[in-house]
Design a protein around this ligand. Structure first.
Ligand SMILES: [Zn+2]
Length: 255
């Protein structure tokens, strides 16, 4: 069994063939998928998929790149959906200083509002971080995000930052980059993270692992992440698959 903790089957790249993509994932042993929403249409599509497939769950949240467009009504919608039995987390949320589409102060406010909401509805949070590590860690600490915990999605930071996040009750999730030949840092960090704090993800359709780098990513490729981590840690594929699934179920409250 494999648990893809971060997939965007709700993205337009899958609008033509999502059913075949899901079938391939099942055939490759993917037992659970969290489809992550990040704006109005993708939240709606994540809910549709979670309602249709018993092994698909939804996360609902607002991406920092698009923070300027989140309204109070959107936050009310997220709060309403949080009560749905297939919604297992809020997110993705966070800070993105790479794309210059929403001012930093707006991103921070939208991030803080979603953390506060997660604490109110008692759901873990999925964190997107791009070039904003120090501010993310500060805000998680100031908002006492450890009360709900969550996952640092597609982690690319240092082991020191990973430890700070684990101390705040966060899991560390790795995707395609741990399979890249030239990616030293994620490999070194993944090797150091205790197996009981590790999660795996595709972040599909993006960040396609080796050997399909450059093509569209999909949940069936999550096995390549598990394989890479097993090799780095000197463990069996089965153990990594099982433990990361157990971790994800614990985090998302799936029995
Ligand atoms: Zn994502």
């Amino acid at each position: 069994m494999l648990f893809d903790t971060h997939a965007h089957l709700n993205a337009t790249q899958f609008s033509e063939d999502v059913e075949q993509v899901i079938e391939r994932a099942r055939a490759e042993g993917v037992s659970h998928i969290v489809v992550v929403g990040f704006d109005r249409p993708t939240i709606q599509r994540a809910m549709e998929l979670a309602e249709k497939y018993p092994f698909i769950y939804a996360a609902v949240g607002w991406h920092p790149v698009d923070a300027i467009h989140m309204t109070d009504e959107d936050l009310v919608m997220i709060e309403r959906l949080a009560a749905h039995p297939k919604v297992v987390a809020l997110g993705e949320m966070g800070l993105d200083y790479y794309w210059d589409q929403s001012p930093k102060d707006v991103q921070k406010e939208v991030f803080r509002k979603q953390i506060r909401l997660a604490k109110k509805v008692k759901l873990p949070i999925i964190i997107h971080n791009r070039d904003a590590t120090a501010d993310i860690v500060d805000i998680l600490r100031e908002e006492r995000a450890e009360e709900v915990g969550g996952v640092m999605h597609c982690f690319s930071g240092s082991i020191e930052v990973a430890r700070q996040c684990m101390d705040m009750n966060f899991y560390i999730s790795f995707g395609g980059p741990v399979t890249f030949k030239n990616a030293k840092k994620p490999k070194e960090v993944a090797k150091e993270i205790p197996l009981d704090r590790l999660l795996i993800e595709t972040d599909c359709p993006y960040l396609t692992p080796h050997p399909f780098r450059g093509k569209r990513n999909e949940p069936s490729y999550v096995k390549y992440i598990a394989e890479a981590i097993a090799e780095l840690k000197g463990l069996s594929f089965e153990e990594v698959a099982q433990k990361t699934s157990d971790n994800a179920k614990r985090l998302f409250g799936i029995v």
